[in-house]
Design a protein around this ligand. Structure first.
Ligand code: ATR
Length: 295
């Protein structure tokens, strides 16, 4: 038997009861995660029931407990719940502890174990899908919120030569830099001063400005030649930054769709012990989403 329902993403084409999985967030109705995990499950012949569950920060504890009581074995967590999830776990991985962010929950006994797969997803997308290198790049991270924090450690682990953090509220950039340590490679700069620190060859937009339809005021002198500009968002939220990147001659302007798919593949492997191939669902979503926000 094979049933596939978009939205609730029920996939049953192996023997036995489908495992119960979910993505928690607010808003979550338009999350692509059910569709991605359904595609992975079909590909790897795994029975899966993966549903979106809308929950505010206040509702999350209760919603997660109810999910566990129904037999939930794993969940993804998206905005605005990633830091809350980290607090609710009985144990967290080293990656999640450093990022202070959990986007993947695994049921272990009576509690939840937390993982953070966002950073690995970003690096795999840049290096695997786009076949670009990260090591040795002078890197600018725009933003210092949860998304920035989740990728900062992964960028350093991947060998960037320098990580400059700039944020609208400079104190938030300073506290992220302090939390990371590594003063040899990590520094902060005032946003208004960025024009004096140009020559970055990797620029990551981890702000949420695009979600509010706000353009970032960035100097044209920011980029070294053939620089990579990467927006952690996808769809219309990434359009403004990527249009700016192209207008100032970036070598590559890439949105976060590939990162979304790769972090999901990491989560899938954690839950099911099998790594799914990602190219076909990436192509399907790329065709479905507006814009061509790529190289
Ligand atoms: P997320 O989990 O998406 O990172 P967040 O933790 O609320 O969400 O962080 C949002 C980030 O985008 C912050 O770095 C925020 O800057 P502040 O620390 O000054 O709030 C940044 N941001 C949001 N709107 C912005 C804007 N219009 N211009 C520049 N940065 C903005």
């Amino acid at each position: 038997m094979q049933t596939i329902e978009e939205g609730t993403a029920q996939v049953t084409h192996t023997q036995g009861d489908p495992g119960l999985y979910a993505v928690f967030g607010q808003p979550v109705a338009h999350s692509l995660s059910p569709r991605i995990h359904a595609a992975f499950a079909r590909q790897r012949s795994i029975a899966l029931d993966y549903q979106p569950i809308e929950a505010s920060a206040e509702e999350f504890v209760g919603a997660l407990a109810a999910f566990a009581a129904r037999g939930g074995c794993g969940a993804n967590v998206t905005l605005p719940l990633k830091q809350h999830a980290a607090r609710l776990c009985l144990s967290v991985s080293e990656r999640a502890r450093r990022a202070d962010s959990v986007n993947t929950l695994v049921r272990r006994g009576e509690g939840w174990h937390g993982e953070s797969t966002d950073g690995a997803g970003l690096i795999r997308d840049i290096t695997g899908r786009h076949r670009l290198y990260v090591r040795g790049r002078r890197t600018l991270l725009l933003g210092a919120g949860g998304a920035a924090r989740a990728v900062a450690f992964a960028l350093l682990d991947a060998g960037v030569s320098e990580l400059t953090i700039s944020n609208r509220t400079p104190e938030h950039a300073d506290s992220l830099a302090d939390a990371i340590g590594d003063p040899e490679r990590v520094n902060t700069r005032y946003w208004n001063d960025l024009g004096n620190w140009g020559g970055f060859d990797l620029v990551i937009n981890a702000t949420s400005a695009g979600h509010d339809n706000i353009s970032l005021a960035l100097p044209s002198s920011l980029l070294a030649s053939r620089a990579i500009c990467y927006d952690l968002s996808y769809g219309s939220a990434s359009f403004g930054f990527l249009a700016w990147a192209r207008s100032v001659g970036a070598g590559h302007a890439i949105d976060g769709l590939g990162m979304l798919v790769e972090q999901a593949a990491e989560a899938f492997e954690i839950w099911h012990g099998k790594r799914p191939a990602t190219d076909s669902i990436y192509a399907e979503l790329r065709a479905y989403l507006p814009g061509d926000a790529e190289d």
